[in-house]
Design a protein around this ligand. Structure first.
Ligand SMILES: CC(C)(COP(=O)(O)OP(=O)(O)OC[C@H]1O[C@@H](n2cnc3c(N)ncnc32)[C@H](O)[C@@H]1OP(=O)(O)O)[C@@H](O)C(=O)NCCC(=O)NCCS
Length: 169
C-alpha cells in the first residue's frame, strides 16, 4: 500500500472520524443489541460531538492510518487514571475500515501505535473487547494481548460482557 501514511488526528478530522466510526461500528456491532441501543451507542460514542470532545483533549492520542487521503484505520489511546499505574495506558479504540480487513493494515497500525506508546514511556496497554467479537479477540491475541479479566461495556441500556486484555510492551 504505497500511499499509506500515519498522522495524529486534528480537530478538523471530527466529521470524518464520526463517519468512519459510525460506519464501522455498525458493520461490526450493529447486530449485537436492539436498534435503539445501537443508535444510542452511536450517539454517545461515535457522533460528531463525541469526536470533537475527544480531539479537544490533548491527553488522548488519536493515530490515523490514511490511505488515498481517507481514514483507513484509527487507534485511540487514553492516559492512565490519576490514581493508577502511570505506565499502564488504555487502547480505547482500534478500528480498521471493513474494506481493509484481512489485508495486513491492522498489524501495521498496531505497530505504529505501540511505537507511539513506547515513546511516551508506556510499559503496558489494556483494552476491553466484546466477548462475541471473535475476529477482534483473535487479532489481539496474535498481537500478544492476553485475557486478564472481564468488564461491562454499555451499549445504550444493555450491559455487554467484555474481556479485559493486556499486553506488556
Ligand atoms: C479488529 C480488527 C482491527 C482486526 O483487523 P483484521 O484486518 O480483521 O485482522 P486479521 O486479518 O488479522 O483478522 C483477525 C482474525 O480474525 C479472523 N476473522 C476474520 N473474520 C472473522 C469473522 N467474521 N469471525 C471470526 N473470525 C474472523 C481472521 O481469520 C483472523 O484470524 P486468523 O489469523 O487466525 O485467521 C478489525 O477486524 C476491525 O477493525 N474490526 C472492527 C472494529 C473492532 O472490532 N475493533 C476492536 C474493538 S475492541
Amino acid at each position: 500500500m504505497t500511499d499509506m501514511h500515519f498522522r495524529a488526528a486534528i480537530p478538523d478530522d471530527a466529521n470524518e472520524i464520526a463517519d468512519f466510526m459510525t460506519r464501522n461500528f455498525l458493520a461490526a456491532y450493529g447486530h449485537s443489541s436492539s436498534p435503539e441501543n445501537i443508535q444510542k451507542a452511536v450517539q454517545d460514542y461515535y457522533g460528531v460531538e463525541a469526536q470533537r470532545a475527544d480531539l479537544a483533549n490533548a491527553a488522548i492520542i488519536n493515530c490515523l492510518c490514511m490511505i488515498e487521503n481517507k481514514i483507513a484505520g484509527l487507534a485511540q489511546v487514553k492516559p492512565p487514571k490519576p490514581d493508577s499505574d502511570p505506565h499502564h495506558f488504555e487502547l480505547s479504540r482500534f478500528y480498521v475500515d471493513a474494506a481493509y480487513h484481512g489485508k495486513g493494515i491492522a498489524p501495521v497500525l498496531m505497530q505504529e501505535t505501540l511505537n507511539i506508546m513506547r515513546a511516551r514511556d508506556a510499559r503496558s496497554l489494556w483494552l476491553s473487547v466484546w466477548q462475541g467479537s471473535q475476529q477482534a479477540i483473535r487479532f489481539y491475541q496474535k498481537q500478544g494481548f492476553v485475557i486478564s479479566g472481564e468488564t461491562i461495556f454499555m451499549i445504550g441500556d444493555e450491559p455487554m460482557n467484555d474481556w479485559l486484555m493486556t499486553k506488556e510492551l
